[in-house]
Design a protein around this ligand. Structure first.
Ligand SMILES: [Zn+2]
Length: 283
C-alpha cells in the first residue's frame, strides 16, 4: 500500500512540475548552454508583468528576449547534478514549479608547480586574511540589484589575447587538488586596458591574497563580474561605470604565474563559464 502511494505520488509530482517551453530569441540562442557551470535560458511566456523566479533560493535574472518571451537566465553551478532542476516561478496569479534539464560536460585537468609554497598552503595568518577576503567576495556575488543589465551578451573585457585557462579546469597545485578554475583567463600583456563589458556599479576594489588587485562590478539582477591580478585600478567602490569604460590594467598580482586577466561571471550567485557570454563557449 505504502509503495503504491509512493508510485502515485511520484507520478503526480512529475505532472505538477511543468517543463520549460523552448525559448528562441537572441539571448536564448547565444547563452543557452544548460550544463554544470553553464546557463539555462528558460521561456516563461509572453503575458503580463515580469514573473519572479528563484533557483536554489536565489533570485534569478528575468528579462524579455528579442522574441518578446519572458525568459529566466539561470546560472548553473559547477556542482549541479545533470538531470532535472526546478525553478520557482511567481506571478500575480500564483506560484508554480518549472523544470529544466541540465546536461553533462567534462572538464579538463591541469597540473601547476608553484615555487612560493605559502600560496599553495597559506600559513594560519594568511588563511585568516583569505577567509575575510572570501567572505567579502561571497557577499558581493549574492547581491541582487533590482535593475536589468544593459546587456547580457557581454563584450570581451580585454582586446585580443588568447583564451588561456578555461573555466572549470580541475587544478592541481604541486600535486594537491584545489578548487576548479572559477573563471576564464585571457593571456594579454601587463598594462592591457580592462573595460567594463556592460553598465554597472563597482562593488569591490581591493588587493587580495590569491586574486591580487581585484574589481567587482554589479550589472544588476544578480549578474556580477570579477577582474583579478590587475596592476592598476581606474575605478573606486560605489562608482557607476558604462559599457566600454576603462576600469583597470592587466597585471600579475596575487597568485599568478604571469600577466593575464582572470575574469569571473556570476549569475544568481553561481559562477558560470564566462566564455558563454562572449560567444566563445567550447561544449
Ligand atoms: Zn584564472
Amino acid at each position: 500500500m505504502s509503495r503504491m502511494f509512493c508510485v502515485l505520488f511520484a507520478v503526480v509530482g512529475a505532472m505538477l512540475v511543468a517543463a520549460g517551453a523552448h525559448a528562441e530569441g537572441y539571448v536564448s540562442r547565444v547563452l543557452n548552454y544548460p550544463v554544470p557551470g553553464g546557463v539555462a535560458v528558460v521561456a516563461l511566456g509572453q503575458d503580463g508583468q515580469a514573473p519572479q523566479v528563484s533557483y536554489n533560493k536565489h533570485p534569478v535574472l528575468v528579462m524579455r528576449d528579442s522574441d518578446q518571451q519572458w525568459i529566466a537566465v539561470v546560472g548553473i553551478g559547477l556542482k549541479a547534478l545533470p538531470g532535472s532542476q526546478t525553478l520557482k516561478v511567481s506571478t500575480e496569479r500564483g506560484s508554480r514549479n518549472l523544470a529544466f534539464t541540465v546536461g553533462t560536460k567534462k572538464y579538463r585537468e591541469q597540473r601547476i608547480t608553484l615555487k612560493n609554497k605559502s600560496q599553495v598552503n597559506p600559513d594560519p595568518e594568511q588563511l585568516k586574511r583569505y577567509e575575510r577576503e572570501f567572505a567579502a567576495q561571497t557577499k558581493a556575488y549574492a547581491q541582487f540589484r533590482d535593475v536589468l543589465p544593459s546587456n547580457v551578451v557581454l563584450d570581451r573585457p580585454v582586446e585580443g589575447g588568447r583564451l588561456s585557462s578555461p573555466f572549470g579546469l580541475r587544478r592541481f597545485f604541486n600535486g594537491e587538488e584545489r578548487n576548479p578554475h572559477s573563471g576564464l583567463d585571457f593571456a594579454v600583456p601587463a598594462g592591457t586596458r580592462v573595460k567594463a563589458p556592460a553598465d554597472g556599479v563597482v562593488t569591490i576594489v581591493d588587493d587580495y591574497f590569491f586574486n591580487g588587485k581585484t574589481i567587482f562590478i554589479d550589472h544588476g539582477n544578480g549578474l556580477v563580474t570579477m577582474y583579478c591580478h590587475l596592476s592598476a585600478f581606474d575605478v573606486v567602490v560605489g562608482q557607476s561605470v558604462k559599457r566600454g569604460q576603462l576600469i583597470g590594467r592587466v597585471g600579475s598580482t596575487g597568485r599568478a604565474t604571469g600577466p593575464h586577466l582572470h575574469w569571473n561571471v556570476s549569475l544568481n550567485n553561481e559562477r558560470v563559464d564566462p566564455a558563454i557570454f562572449i560567444g566563445a563557449f567550447q561544449p
